[in-house]
Design a protein around this ligand. Structure first.
Ligand code: BV8
Length: 256
């Protein structure tokens, strides 16, 4: 697939009534958050996903798993939305001011889209910033600004119903949040322009959502510096970092 021109994609944005953007870890790379599978510094280059991102891993070694997630929670809190996050949020605002729609679906758990001002973000894989009781599922967001005192952290310290706290993310083998997944599939089936941004498209069912957009006749665009296993499914590709591409697309689509 030849590299498309920014001008051509910006023209598609300006004409679209309903855009869906699906992001993965690459959209947060320029905020300094490591991706999962980038060979050099990807999180999975050091650990096997099964060692840390599964309920079994938590069962077996809750201290190790919660310490790893707490480090990622703090790194997310200390990171800032990058120019790509900000441009996507501005694009959403601009389209809504014209009575159009931009739905942001993310596999990311760092809440950077929301901190960039994006609204109604559909978090398919949960959030690092919220934790929950491992058995009651009771959510907690007023967590310490620095590291938990000990691992695994306890929910409602000192009260009789003390239970372990876990990050409110979706582990491998766990179902995605029903409402977010349902809404994501609905929006993808109704959009006329679909962007996949910064995802290697290997994790399911998120990777399959583009197929709904294709079935709905949407034009599809992949934004990623490198080819992915699904690149050939896309009508257009923009090979580059999202933090550079999206500000240019915004500028070209809405120059004023
Ligand atoms: C489920 C949260 C059933 C935790 C994550 C069908 C086929 C095959 C396998 C399966 C299938 N269905 C289910 C499975 C199993 C499994 C799966 O998909 N396995 C894969 C690995 C084969 N799926 C599941 O287990 C899912 N659950 O289906 O359960 C079920 C149903 C009902 C009831 C019970 C059970 C759950 C999957 C969710 C797992 N949780 N994360 C955490 O964060 O630790 S997954 C993890 O991978 C992250 O969420 C991440 O977002 C996601 C995808 O990774 P990417 O975001 O794509 O990141 P990656 O590093 O891979 O790629 C980054 C890309 O960015 C690269 O392409 C790079 O080139 C690019 N990039 C780099 N720099 C930039 C850039 N792009 C733009 N700009 C840049 N600057």
């Amino acid at each position: 697939m030849a590299q498309d021109t920014l001008e051509h994609i910006a023209a598609l944005i300006a004409q679209a009534d309903h855009i869906v953007i699906m992001t993965g870890a690459g959209a947060s790379k320029e905020s300094g958050i490591p991706t999962f599978r980038d060979a050099l510094d990807g999180l999975w280059s050091k650990y096997e996903p099964g060692e840390l991102a599964t309920p079994e891993a938590f069962e077996k070694n809750p201290a190790l798993v919660t310490q790893w997630y707490d480090e990622r929670r703090l790194s997310a809190l200390q990171s800032k939305p990058n120019a790509g996050h900000i441009a996507m949020a501005k694009l959403q605002k601009r389209l809504e001011s014209q009575g159009k729609k931009l739905t942001l679906i993310t596999q990311n758990v760092d809440e950077l889209h929301q901190r960039a001002g994006a609204k109604d973000v559909l978090e398919l894989h949960g959030s690092l910033i919220t934790w929950r009781g491992a058995s009651t599922g009771e959510k907690q967001r007023n967590l310490p600004e620095d590291a938990f005192e000990s691992y695994p952290p306890k929910h409602r310290e000192g009260t009789p119903q003390e239970e372990l706290l876990r990050p409110d993310v979706v582990w491998f083998g766990e179902g995605l949040p029903e409402d977010a997944l349902q809404e994501a599939t609905t929006q993808a089936s109704q959009c006329n322009l679909y962007f996949s941004v910064g995802t290697s498209s290997v994790v399911w069912p998120a990777a399959g959502i583009v197929d709904l957009a294709i079935k709905a006749g949407a034009t599809t665009v992949e934004v990623n510096p490198t080819e992915t296993i699904l690149s050939s499914e896309y009508d257009h590709v923009l090979r580059g970092p999202s933090g550079e591409i999206f500000p240019k697309l915004l500028e070209l689509a809405f120059p004023d």
